[in-house]
Design a protein around this ligand. Structure first.
Ligand code: SAM
Length: 431
């Protein structure tokens, strides 16, 4: 997705002597951030001068990679000259100089005399002060005053890797342990179970593993997920259907299912990590009450950032929670505390917060690491497709600061020096 209606997002000015480093940054800009870069090996090709000028004029931002080589390349100096002139006529045009020499710290260095002549007054970044290409790129976006684009960064890498699958399994394990006693206690061999927002079925099937029940109906608005659930777990006993549970089709589907199975309601209704994503959770709970048997139990698992606890406390973890709170994808981060009021308003009885808080104590090594990844692995934010932050500029800065300290805190966590409790909540209620 191009960032602007310009032909290019970034014009890359550099010396061929620095190709390796610059290429790796450009590759990430293009592949991970979907930016369009004007980037060519061109120093010796004078015949491309018209193209170079047009590249500069058709880009939104001119990025200059400063090294001793580029500061003394006449092609680069000509590009800088053209970019600065272009900026005089176009006040939105941005120039971002970045020092990449490992041995030189700022533009005052004698080697950069010519560059300083043009750019001395601009804010100059030093690539050596960033601990990763990602954090440098986040800074470039911030300097360019461009909202971070489609955050598909690392999506393919992160989600397709074997370690990612292992991570998800470990996370599911942790959350299953959190509520398994209630599934064991309230599910009987005669039980009909309704799972609202079942996604790929993984969560509910794992929770029901080893437990006898008669039938499961899973509903989700996402057709692909329902297809996946059906392919993986669908059979005579387990049915997965596409349904927008906020629409009237919920009643049609449930009535039809109950009639076909000759039941008057469900023994267990399970809603995990769904209410926080809905505009009107109360409306759903009201409507579902009709379908819960008198003897049945409603299970709700949700989250509340107010119940997150970290020790030793630090700005680092607070930043993570702030970033989550700004992500539209992550729903109402304070939904947990509202659930008793919703349940009461919807007419349920005996509402009980049966469990609160999942901590990193007494976990296996894999689970310990997976618990961190539930909220604190920064790739999660970068990986969520079209993850719209409500305040992109502010959050990009938070993210930048977060990434800068990431390795230190991750190491301390891995060494067992940090206690974390995540605010998962598990409620039970009756009709
Ligand atoms: C965070 S996932 C939780 C999935 C699963 N329950 C779990 O705990 O792993 C939320 C799910 O709710 C589904 N969902 C959101 N709004 C919905 C709606 N209006 N009707 C049905 N499903 C919905 C989403 O498609 C998604 O699969």
């Amino acid at each position: 997705m191009p960032l602007t209606d310009h032909e290019y997002d970034f014009f890359i000015s550099y010396s061929n002597a620095d190709t390796d480093l610059v290429s790796s940054i450009v590759e990430s800009l293009e592949n991970d951030y979907k930016a369009k870069c004007w980037f060519q090996e061109k120093d010796s090709k004078a015949e491309f001068i018209d193209e170079i000028m047009s590249g500069i004029e058709n880009s939104k931002v001119f990025i200059l990679f400063i090294s001793e080589h580029s500061a003394n390349s006449y092609f680069v100096l000509n590009e800088i000259n053209h970019a600065t002139e272009w900026r005089c006529q176009n006040e939105d045009y941005k120039i971002i100089p970045i020092i990449i020499d490992k041995t030189k710290q700022d533009v005052a260095d004698a080697a950069y005399k010519r560059v300083r002549f043009y750019l001395g007054r601009l804010n100059i970044l030093n690539a050596n002060t960033f601990d990763s290409i990602d954090s440098l790129i986040l800074k470039i976006f911030e300097q360019a005053e461009i909202d971070l684009p489609d955050r598909s960064l690392h999506k393919s890498l992160y989600h397709s890797s074997e370690s990612e699958n292992a991570r998800l399994c470990a996370q599911n394990e942790i959350l299953r342990n959190f509520s398994s006693e209630f599934f064991t206690k309230y599910t009987t061999p005669d039980s009909y179970i309704l799972d609202i927002g079942c996604a790929s079925g993984e969560n509910i099937i794992l929770r029901l593993e080893g437990i006898a029940y008669t039938a499961l109906l899973g509903l989700d608005i996402d057709e692909k997920q329902v297809e996946c659930a059906t392919n993986r777990f669908g059979d005579n006993k387990n049915t997965f259907l596409k349904c927008d549970v906020m629409s009237p089709e919920l009643d049609d589907i449930l009535e039809d299912y109950m009639e076909r199975n000759d039941i008057i309601g469900f023994d267990v209704i399970h809603i995990s990590a769904v209410l926080l994503h809905l505009d009107d959770p109360l409306d759903l709970l009201r409507r579902l009450r009709r379908y819960l048997k008198k003897t049945g139990v409603l299970f709700i698992q949700d989250e509340d950032d107010g119940a997150n606890i970290v020790y030793p406390n630090s700005k680092f973890f607070n930043r993570a929670f702030e970033i989550w709170a700004d992500s539209e994808e992550s729903g109402d981060r304070f939904c947990g505390r509202k659930i008793p009021s919703y349940l009461s308003a919807a007419g349920y009885k005996y509402c009980n917060l049966a469990k609160c808080g999942v901590s990193n104590t007494a976990l296996s090594k894999d689970q310990h690491s997976a618990l961190w990844d539930i909220y604190f692995n920064y790739h999660l934010w970068l990986a969520v497709e079209e993850n719209m932050f409500r305040n992109p500029n502010k959050t990009a800065k938070l993210l930048n600061d977060y990434i800068a300290e990431y390795d230190t805190y991750k190491k301390a966590y891995d060494n067992g020096e940090i206690f974390i409790q995540l605010g998962f909540m598990f409620f039970l209620a009756r009709k």
